[in-house]
Design a binder for this molecule. Structure first.
Ligand code: PHB
Length: 380
């Protein structure tokens, strides 16, 4: 069976725009289907959170029909780690591991960004090498637990970051961006979403500071923008994007006025001419219909690319790009279960169903063993 349209073939003019090439910042992509960042907890943990095992390489290679792959969240320092076996991007061994992955993805014709991540208060000393978690203010998240080798543990109250500590973390993001380019990535996505460190500064549910990093909207956005500026200075604005989630309640975070907060942030990001903003619309992995934020307004006030995410299916994604509401659409769980998601969407073929039980478990089951359409057709 060898009828499927090869990925990367020149698009037919009647094909939906979702499947046609475009440029995001300085990055040319073969189609507008993006693989969203997905924590899979399969890095080589005892050896120092190093990615790049044969299994890791195979996982990303299988998914390189995506126009753009955004890596799983990759911590900028040991203290920035919140889950077991997540990869880092601060050591030379980690850079060498990522090189194997980016080489495989590039050989298969796709582009790849490193998602650079600090979890802030969403962790436990068992995951950070004994270090106390840090955050904008000494406020613990409620109802959030960490999973460690010792099982489920309560998350402690974080240490409020000093101004010196803030500068140190900004520098860690800058180093991560530099390492990402050394590792062969096409750029980075700064993780500003889902209640992790940058989001903890942005939204006033976790930021009660009364210095220049808290209080007013401009002050709460300052940490995020210092990181953006540092990363842009290191690798160039055309290689930088940021992921945001103004409304998600994930990790016990909320803001008293998301529209006001994120209007200011987006306006500032626009001034910096970064490549893209990537919005999780609504509640992460849940409802898209959460009131309180106008994504179309954000899209209009930002001249770079708008990547839309959360709960998109084929029809919604085609419509979003066709109508100009988004430049590209990111799929998360659908990419876990469908290595050849782009081919399936192109042909309107049925999708495999992801199994949440194997999202974070070690080994190839639920990772590299989801069949492609071709494999399924051969078996039938
Ligand atoms: C997760 O591991 O569940 C996770 C990590 C990063 C996110 C969201 C969820 O942004």
């Amino acid at each position: 069976m060898n009828s499927p349209l090869p990925q990367g073939t020149a698009p037919h003019s009647t094909e939906p725009k979702l499947f046609q090439p475009t440029r995001i910042g300085s990055i040319d992509i073969a189609n507008r289907v993006v693989m969203a960042p997905l924590t899979r907890s399969r890095a080589d943990e005892p050896a120092g959170d190093v990615p790049g095992s044969d299994m890791n390489v195979e996982y990303y290679r299988q998914r390189s029909g995506a126009g753009l792959i955004i890596s799983e969240g990759t911590q900028v320092s040991p203290v920035g780690k919140g889950y077991m076996a997540t990869p880092g991007i601060y050591s030379d061994a980690q850079v060498e591991g990522w090189k194997r992955i980016t080489a495989a993805v590039h050989s298969a014709g796709s582009k790849m960004l490193a998602q650079i991540w600090h979890v802030g208060r969403i962790t436990h000393p068992d995951l950070t090498g004994g270090a106390q978690p840090i955050g904008p203010s000494a406020i613990a998240p409620r109802g959030v637990v960490a999973y460690t080798r010792n099982g489920k543990v309560e998350i402690p109250v974080p240490q409020a970051m000093s101004v010196e500590r803030i500068a140190e973390v900004v520098g860690q993001f800058r180093r991560a961006a530099s390492n990402a380019m050394r590792a062969g990535f096409d750029g980075v996505e700064i993780h500003g979403a889902n209640g992790y460190l940058i989001d903890q500064f942005l939204r006033d549910g976790a930021n009660r500071r009364d210095d220049t990093y808290g209080g007013s909207v401009a002050a709460r956005c300052r940490f995020a923008l210092e990181i953006v500026d540092a990363v842009v200075a290191e690798i160039g604005a055309g290689h930088v994007g940021i992921r945001l989630s103004p409304l998600t309640p994930f990790n016990d975070l909320a803001d008293s006025n998301p529209q006001h907060t994120f209007d200011h942030l987006v306006e500032q990001l626009d001034r910096r001419s970064i490549a893209f903003v990537h919005f999780i619309e609504g509640a992460t992995g849940g409802s898209r219909d959460v009131p309180g934020f106008d994504y179309a307004k954000a899209r209009k006030s930002f001249r770079g690319a708008y990547i839309a995410n959360n709960g998109y299916d084929r029809a919604l994604a085609i419509d979003a790009v066709e109508s100009g509401r988004a430049d590209a659409v990111a799929f998360g769980r659908a990419f876990i279960a469908n290595p050849d998601l782009v081919q399936r969407l192109r042909r309107n073929a049925p999708l495999n169903t992801p199994d949440p039980k194997s999202f974070y478990t070690p080994g190839p089951v639920g990772y590299t063993d989801y069949p492609s359409l071709e494999q399924q057709t051969e078996q039938a």
